[in-house]
Design a binder for this molecule. Structure first.
Ligand code: AMP
Length: 285
């Protein structure tokens, strides 16, 4: 496995691989790798013959007072996991390498960030779109793989790729969960044992919403009220949002349609956790 720290080094390596006819997959991450990240990497390996991952805690997607400084890091452990899963190249730049002095260009997707997590994290999705666009220019992948756990992020990136005619295929991978249903996340590491027990309220909310929807409930408000009561019955929880929305535009819906997105963000102690599911008529996802 190669480890590359510079933009130029990465671009030269990938140019040689492309000229030799290789197909390249990219999995962008912020490190502290868990089984969810590894599942994205396995999807990459199934679809191409060269797998690149990036490990970069991107400062421009963190707002003031967010957890940039505390974000968990474990480079040695990450490199071992990447090696075990068969990653070919790890791109691991410093912040100075990614953002040269005086850089002043950003990518902004206009409407999708005005929903869900974007409402309490102004500028977050500009930071995400910009760093992902840069990573695409640096690693030149044929396919880039993202988790459906961060549904809004996947929607923003898919929109950016379409709007800017980027020559890369975006693949979404279903959320990988702990045995009790909690979506895996590097931030789960922040939870105390007591908070960890309450964190299950997100998956329980999804199960409840699915059950109500499959039982014929079509009023978004009724489902949201029931989910809110469920979340609030767990200690240490504070709701950021519970939304039922159109899975493409992310606009809220009042009456559920054939396909809907349930998205929720709940603070458990100081840790903000997110989860989502698609509610389809006839099928449980
Ligand atoms: P992060 O390191 O948190 O920025 O995540 C890197 C990628 O892994 C993103 O595309 C995430 O959506 C994805 N990811 C994170 N957690 C999970 C999970 N539990 N299941 C599937 N994908 C995930």
């Amino acid at each position: 496995m190669e480890v590359i720290e510079t933009v130029q080094g990465m671009q030269q390596r990938v140019d040689a691989l492309r000229s030799a006819g290789h197909m390249i997959a990219l999995v962008p991450t912020m490190g502290f790798l868990h089984e969810g990240h590894l599942e994205l990497m396995r999807a990459g390996k199934r679809n191409t013959d060269i797998l690149i991952i990036s490990i970069f805690v991107n400062p421009t997607q963190f707002g003031p007072g967010e957890d940039l400084d505390q974000y968990p890091r474990d480079t040695e452990g990450d490199l071992q996991k990447a090696r075990d899963v068969g990653v070919d190249i790890v791109f691991i730049p410093s912040a100075g390498e990614m953002y040269q002095e005086n850089c002043q260009t950003t990518v902004q997707v206009e409407k999708l960030p005005q929903h869900l997590c974007g409402l309490s994290r102004p500028g977050h999705f500009d930071g995400v779109a910009t760093v992902v666009a840069k990573l695409f220019n640096i690693t030149k992948p044929h396919i880039a793989i993202f988790g459906q756990k961060d549904y809004q992020q996947l929607a923003v990136i898919s929109r950016m790729v379409m709007d800017l005619n980027m020559d890369v295929q975006i693949l979404g991978v279903p959320t990988v969960r702990e045995p009790d249903g909690l979506a895996m996340s590097s931030r789960n590491n922040y939870l105390s044992p007591e908070e960890r027990k309450s964190a299950i309220c997100l998956k329980k909310s999804i199960d409840l919403a699915e059950q109500l929807f499959q039982g014929g409930e079509k009023e978004a408000k009724n489902i949201i009220d029931r989910v809110r009561s469920l979340v609030m019955s767990y200690p240490f929880t504070e709701i950021d949002y519970i939304a039922l929305c159109d899975p493409v535009t992310l606009d809220n819906v009042d009456l559920l349609k054939e396909e809907n997105l349930l998205a929720l963000a709940v603070r458990v102690g100081k840790t903000k956790l997110i989860d989502n599911c698609l509610l389809h008529t006839g099928t449980v996802s």
